[in-house]
Structures are given as structure tokens and as C-alpha cells.
Design a protein around this ligand. Structure first.
Ligand code: DC
Length: 230
């Protein structure tokens, strides 16, 4: 298939990461998780002992660090100043503060520039790229050849996240309820912030993943990519 940019947005738990990794693997393309970049920035801010709510300090600090995304969908990685933080960025303290850090326009500017660079470099080197986030279809890569908005019901998203966090095939009802409340809080912050809020682009095609298997969603995205490259 002709290499293109596939831009994918959606709320937490909609299946973005698994779907985007799966598509990139299937197509032999690159994969960029922009949420991991905001998480890495947040991890670095916390690690440096900076209050994520102290906007001026966060901005000044952000300019001094280097965030590097690995683009292999089979082993996605993220480094801060050469340190692999792929595991640490999933810690609860990072999840709790990432919405505050990612709401700062100057932080977004820094990271959006890197995200656009990665997409450009992929196409220049003759490969496609699947980019996932919250503002990829609307702000970062509005000219992507395929734009997808993934959704799922609040219950399904909470169940998926709770299982992921438990590292198991099952999650207790209490864990699911707690996860649903935490997701709602983050979705609200992400979709009501002033800078690049999560919203569906008018020309993004929606896929509701609630009742589909992962393999079905991956195939659906690949089919849509095939359709736009013909
Ligand atoms: O996809 P995720 O849950 O790992 O993303 C972490 C946070 O980063 C999420 O709460 C919103 C923010 N984010 C963003 O603001 N813009 C993006 N393009 C990707 C993520």
C-alpha cells in the first residue's frame, strides 16, 4: 500500500494504542504514541520535583530536556535524556498529573513540532506512520490522508482500562467503577481545556469499538486506509 499518515484520536480506553500498534505492525509502518510524550514530560517534571501546576517552571524545565519516541510498533519505547521511561510513564502519579501538564499551550507547541517532524520523516523515507492522540486529526496532522476517531461506551472503556491496570483478563466491579470515575475526570479535563481539546474532526471517520474485537477494528482501519490510497 502507498505510505500515508493515519491519524487516530479518541478518549482513554477507546482502544487507540492496541489498534494503532496493530495497524502499524500489519502494514510494516511506524507508530507514534503522542500520549506517551505528554506522559514522559509529566514524569520528568515530577522527577525534577517541579509542581505540575507551576506553569512557568514547567515551561522553563521542558525546554531543557530531550524526549525521544521509539517508533517500532513491536516495541514502542520512550526516553527522557537517554533514560528509558516506558514503564515509569504509566505510574498513577503520572496519570494523575498528565492532564495539567498537557493543558499548557507551550508544552503542546514543543511536542507537536516533534510529532509533525516524525510524520514528515516517515513519509520522506518512504514509509507510512500511524499517529495516536487527542488532537492529531484536528491540530497536529489535519491533512493526514486517513483520520479516524475511535469511541467506545464508558463502561467498555473502564472495563478495558481496569483489566489493563490489573494485568489480568478480569477486573473486580469495584476496580471498574473506580476506573470509570478516573476516566471520566480525565476525559472531562482533556475535552474542556482551552488548548487543543479532544474533539472529533468533522472529516474523521468514527469507529465505535464497543462490540468489536481488536482484530476487527485493526482490519477496519486497514480497509479504510486501503480505500483512501486507491
Ligand atoms: O493516551 P494517554 O492516556 O496515554 O494520554 C495521556 C494524556 O496525554 C491524556 O490524558 C491527554 C494527553 N494527550 C494530549 O493532550 N494530546 C495528545 N495528542 C495525546 C495525549
Amino acid at each position: 500500500m502507498r505510505p500515508i499518515i493515519i491519524a487516530v484520536d479518541g478518549p482513554a480506553g477507546s482502544g487507540k494504542s492496541s489498534v494503532c500498534k496493530g495497524c502499524a505492525e500489519k502494514l510494516g509502518w511506524r507508530y507514534l504514541d503522542t500520549g506517551a510524550m505528554y506522559r514522559a514530560m509529566t514524569w520528568a517534571v515530577l522527577e525534577a520535583g517541579i509542581d505540575p501546576l507551576n506553569i512557568d517552571s514547567v515551561i522553563a524545565f521542558a525546554k531543557t530536556i530531550n524526549i525521544m519516541s521509539g517508533l517500532d510498533p513491536q516495541s514502542p519505547s520512550i526516553h527522557v535524556d537517554g533514560k528509558d521511561v516506558s514503564g515509569s510513564i504509566r505510574e498513577a502519579r503520572v496519570t494523575d498529573s498528565v492532564s495539567a501538564v498537557s493543558a499548557i499551550p507551550q508544552i503542546r507547541e514543543l511536542l507537536v513540532q516533534q510529532q509533525r517532524d516524525e510524520a514528515r520523516k516517515a513519509l520522506q523515507s518512504g514509509t507510512g506512520i500511524v499517529v495516536e492522540g487527542r488532537d492529531i486529526t484536528t491540530v497536529v496532522l489535519p491533512n493526514a490522508q486517513l483520520k479516524v476517531f475511535l469511541t467506545a461506551s464508558a463502561e467498555v472503556r473502564a472495563l478495558r482500562r481496569a483489566k489493563e491496570e490489573a494485568g489480568a483478563a478480569f477486573a473486580s466491579q469495584q476496580a471498574v467503577t473506580e476506573t470509570q470515575i478516573a476516566l471520566q475526570r480525565r476525559d472531562h479535563l482533556d475535552s474542556t481545556r482551552a488548548a487543543s481539546p479532544l474533539k472529533q474532526a468533522p472529516d474523521a471517520s468514527e469507529i465505535d469499538t464497543s462490540d468489536l474485537t481488536l482484530a476487527e477494528v485493526i482490519q477496519e482501519v486497514v480497509n479504510r486506509a486501503q480505500a483512501v490510497t486507491q
